[in-house]
Structure formats: C-alpha cells, structure tokens
Design a protein around this ligand. Structure first.
Ligand code: F6P
Length: 375
C-alpha cells in the first residue's frame, strides 16, 4: 500500500470542542512524518471552493485550548450528489492531495466514505480517507467517545448546578433541554452527573402523553416526599418527540389540576420553568480529556494515512476483542483502534434506531438508575 505524501485536514458538520486538538496533532504528526499537510477551510464547502493552504507549525501553535475549530466548519448538503463529489475529487487531484483526514460526525464521515468510493473514483487520482469522530452527540457507532462529548457534558453539568441553586431557592421545577440531535446520550449521562430527578431521551420511545404523565408523577412524588430540597430538575434531550414549550403547557395544566384537587401547592411551585441550553452546550474551551482524545485519535489517523491505510475511522475503545475484519488496534496507541468506516456507519444507524446492544444497554442502565433516584 502506498503511503500518503500530501494530506488535507478538514473539520465538518457541527463543531465540537477538541477539534482544534485534532487539527494540531494531525498537522504536527503529519509534518514530522515528512508529509505536506493542507488545512481546508469550512469543511466540504471549502474543499469545493478550493479554499486551503499548507499548515505550518505556527498556524497550530496556539489552538489547543480554543473551542470551535480554527479551520471553520459547515454543513454541505450538496455533497450527497455524485457530481458535487466529482468536483471535490478534481480539486484534490489538482492540489496533488492523496489523503484526507475528516474530523466530524455521522454526516461528515458518510461524505468521506462516498468521496473515496473506488467505483466513483474509477481511473481518477487515488484518494485515501481516514475519519476522526467528533460530535458532542456521541451518536457514532464503534467508538466509546467522540471528540467534544466530555466538554459538552461538563457544560451541561455546570449549567444545571446553577439552575439547581435558583430552583431550590424558589421551590421550582425546571425542564432543561440539551442538544444531542436524535441521540439521548448527553441527556442520560448529564442527568446522572447532575443528580437530576428525571431524564427524557428519544431512545425510550415514549409518546408525548406518556412523557407528560411521567413528569407529573415525578413532580408530585417529590413534592409529597420528605426531601429537604424540593426542587425538581428534569433533563430533556432535544430529540424527544414533543417540543419543550408544548411539554411545559401540558405539564403545567396537569399540575394545576392536581394542585386544585389537593389544594396544597402555592403558585410558584406549580408552574414549571424551561431552560433550553442550545448551542451553549457546543461551545467553550475543551476539557483536558477532549484535548487528549483529539490529539491521540488524530495521531493515529495521520500515521495510518502515512502507512497507506484508508476507509477507516480512528476510534477510542478499551483494549477489547473485536473481529479483525472490523477493527484493528492501532500500533501507535493501545486505546485507539482503526475501525472499518462502513461498519461504523452501519452501527451508528443501529445505535440511533435503538437496535444495537449498546443503545439498549444505555437506556436500560439509565432506567435502573432512574428507578433508584426516585426511591
Ligand atoms: O450534531 C451536533 C449538533 O449540535 C446537534 O446536537 C444539534 O441538533 C445540531 O448539531 C444543531 O445544528 P446547527 O448548529 O446546524 O443548528
């Protein structure tokens, strides 16, 4: 297998804290191996517009601590079209770039796989691609963590701790909505870390009525209880089927009804408050873990491109037994694996549809903890 001599690095899709660590490590390791490294701006959009420049050590010297991505990012829907990918391949061929490290999530890595599809390349210039998982959603299969997840979790925990202070002072119920697209990982894990009273996540597959019932039951149970802190914190993943404003309206109506019957609640404690954390969850300086993760995965990815490997994703998993045709442990790092990219994307679909053992485990493990929370 011929190793790559000139590679491009791009960040694509929703940015994730720690992407800069991956860009920095990719550039520095690539240069140290004697490769030329180009930084491509704004993901696939910049690739199509041929906006790229060779990276020098000085370009990446100060970026490790910064959130977002120094290369910029974009969502590029046109990349689903074959003729658009042909244009991208022509740009890479013109630049003499024979390897691409794509740092991004599900959509970005799917784009990479299509870009390097040998049937589409035909007699064109060969192209090797390596993916690096980066998405706060943690919705990619066959990696324990994607870059950005740890920082996002910490951001949610910090925000919820603050909300808990004011909620306790006013004896209130808060519904806090967190990002995660169709994946409930951030909602489940941060609910545990925050000591929330309830987490709502799409994998549970509950219909809106069941969700309203569950919240009302939780609030009433806690209010009747003997706990000193009478605040209620509910974390809702954005992918849950009912919009948060509708949820609030429905829950408030039921709580008023219940209070009217019981006649034991003052106004302030009946009405819920809603905080949508939104894009706050995606920003901020990367945690130490995300800096390490980004650096280590990119190190492995760039070394793989240099060795002539392609169609893989650098993945973070403990040393476990995996079939060789799917995953090989990186010689450069015992916690990093080179996993077949097509297998990653197939497993991602299973994860999001709730079919994979991991998705079932996540939801089941959370439900066990949740039952204990409300004892
Ligand atoms: O995939 C990352 C993510 O932040 C999701 O959690 C969220 O649903 C989405 O991106 C938001 O995308 P945009 O920034 O394009 O609105």
């Amino acid at each position: 297998m011929d190793g790559c001599k000139r590679i491009g690095i791009l960040t694509s899709g929703g940015d994730a804290p720690g992407m800069n660590a991956a860009v920095r490590a990719g550039a520095l390791v690539g240069m140290s191996l004697g490769m030329e490294v180009f930084g491509i701006e704004r993901g696939y959009r910049g690739l199509l517009d041929d906006v790229m420049a060779p990276l020098k050590p000085a370009d990446v010297a100060q970026i490790l601590r910064e959130g977002g991505t120094c290369l910029g990012s974009a969502r590029c829907k046109e990349f689903h079209q074959r003729e658009v990918r042909d244009r991208a391949r022509a740009v890479l061929a013109k630049r003499g770039i024979d390897g691409l490290m794509v740092i991004g999530g599900n959509g970005s890595l799917t784009g990479a796989l299509h870009l390097a599809n040998p049937e589409e390349i035909g007699d064109g210039a060969p192209l090797k691609i390596l993916g690096v998982p980066a998405s706060i959603d943690n919705d990619l299969g066959l990696t324990g963590f994607s870059i950005g997840v740890d920082t996002a979790m910490n951001t949610i925990v910090e925000a919820c701790d603050k909300i808990a202070d004011t909620a306790t002072a006013h004896d209130r119920t808060f519904i806090v909505e967190v990002m995660g697209r169709d994946c409930g990982y951030l909602a489940m894990t941060s609910a545990i870390a925050v000591g929330a009273d309830l987490a709502l996540f799409p994998e549970a597959g509950k219909d809106p009525q069941k969700i309203v019932d569950q919240i009302v039951e939780t609030v009433l149970t806690i209010r009747k209880g003997t706990r000193k802190a009478r605040r209620v914190i509910i974390i809702k993943a954005e992918g849950v089927s009912i919009p948060v404003d509708q949820l609030k309206t429905a829950v408030d109506a039921r709580l008023r009804e219940a209070a009217g019957v019981a006649g034991d609640a003052e106004e302030g404690s009946i009405e819920t408050r809603v905080t949508v954390l939104g894009h706050v969850v995606r920003g901020g300086r990367p945690s130490a873990f995300d800096r390490l993760l980004g650096s280590r995965l990119a190190n492995v990815a760039v070394r793989a491109l240099h060795a002539g490997t392609s169609h893989k994703m650098a993945s973070w998993m403990p040393p476990v037994d995996l079939p060789e045709e799917i995953a090989a442990r990186s010689p450069a790092d015992p916690y990093c694996w080179l996993v077949d990219l097509a297998a990653v994307l197939a497993e991602t679909e299973n994860l999001l549809s709730g079919k994979s053992p991991l998705a079932r485990w996540r939801a089941g493990a959370f439900n066990d903890i949740e039952d204990a929370l409300l004892l």
